[in-house]
Design a protein around this ligand. Structure first.
Ligand SMILES: [Zn+2]
Length: 187
């Protein structure tokens, strides 16, 4: 691109070419670059994250009822779906999907996540979150350490939920949610 531009400007000397370059080609190139950057940022948001391999597997047995950024979910509730929903019967165990993690939050939001557990990956500061639980497993409290496969809680429909399921989120260290489908073995 740079070489081509140089070739045109230095090799020609023609006023029309320079005029076309400045008035048409450069703004067009800028527009294309802006559009590409926009598409890239949307793509990165939806699909592009490279997830750490310390987060893997599916947090519970069951069926996927809503994908990350699911368009049907958006149509139904008017908000972006920030995780993956896995549905099964009430009380189904929900397991840690992180090799080594620390519990950073056991919370309750009546109008949101319901009972939820948030873990931080000890290796890289990424987070995972499991929501709409019935309750947490024994030993799950802020500061506790958990390993991959440990039970963190039990499936329910607490908070803003329309059926028994776990809402599973993976978050970058800046807390931005990414698609859990990109982690190995999920979902
Ligand atoms: Zn959900």
């Amino acid at each position: 691109m740079k070489k081509w531009l140089l070739g045109v400007t230095t090799g020609c000397g023609c006023v029309t070419t320079i005029y076309l370059l400045l008035v048409f080609i450069l703004p067009a190139a800028l527009l294309v670059a802006t559009f590409q950057a926009y598409v890239a940022s949307v793509y990165e948001y939806l699909f592009g994250d490279e997830l750490p391999d310390t987060i893997h597997g599916q947090p519970a047995a069951g069926f996927i009822t809503a994908a990350f950024a699911d368009p049907d979910y958006y149509d139904r509730f008017g908000v972006l779906h920030t995780g993956i929903d896995i549905a099964n019967s009430r009380g189904t165990p929900v397991y840690s999907t992180v090799d080594e993690a620390r519990v950073v939050k056991v919370g309750y939001e009546s109008d949101g996540y319901g009972v939820y557990v948030k873990l931080q990956d000890e290796g890289n500061d990424w987070y995972v979150l499991y929501a709409h639980l019935r309750g947490v497993a024994p030993g799950i409290h802020t500061g506790a350490t958990v390993e991959w496969g440990d039970v963190v809680g039990y499936m329910d429909s607490s908070g803003n939920s329309t059926g028994d399921h776990v809402h599973y989120e993976i978050r970058r260290p800046d807390n931005a949610q990414v698609n859990p489908d990109k982690s190995k073995g999920c979902c």
